[in-house]
Design a protein around this ligand. Structure first.
Ligand code: AMP
Length: 123
């Protein structure tokens, strides 16, 4: 398998309670917290509690229960933050070198509260 998980990554340390976070929501399988360097008025990160490096790792190896819990929790947070409906939001995930992933634990960025511009800068 192409995924090697580093248990010392900063989100693993948050999950172990070694580093504080500003929690938005938590369930058995999922934690949502505020990004420390927000890029928008709303910028939260949703992570599974399981040791998954990125989206394709999570999608391939997480249990159905983890996957459902993760997405239902994200949907609830989107509603709770007032982003559902026409206001809208952007949900993005980065992976590896091309995606410029900084923290090697799967996370979904949820951004909103302003018009966010184009998805990526033209090359
Ligand atoms: P990515 O580039 O997709 O890996 O994004 C990693 C995100 O994690 C960045 O937006 C950082 O601001 C955020 N981040 C890094 N350390 C922390 C932390 N201790 N608490 C909250 N967010 C963090």
């Amino acid at each position: 398998m192409p995924w090697t998980y580093d248990p010392q990554n900063i989100f693993a340390r948050i999950l172990r309670g070694e580093i504080p976070n500003k929690t938005v929501a938590e369930t058995t399988h999922t934690l949502v917290f505020h990004d420390i360097r927000p890029h928008a008025p709303v910028h939260v990160l949703a992570i599974p509690r399981g040791a998954y490096v990125n989206f394709d790792h999570f999608a391939a190896e997480a249990s159905a229960e983890e996957i459902v819990d993760f997405h239902r929790t994200v949907a609830q947070v989107i509603a709770d933050l007032g982003l559902a409906g026409p206001e809208g939001y952007r949900a993005i995930t980065n992976s590896g070198v091309s995606g410029m992933q900084e923290v090697p634990h799967y996370h979904l960025h949820i951004l909103g509260g302003r018009v966010l511009g184009r998805l990526v800068d033209p090359a």
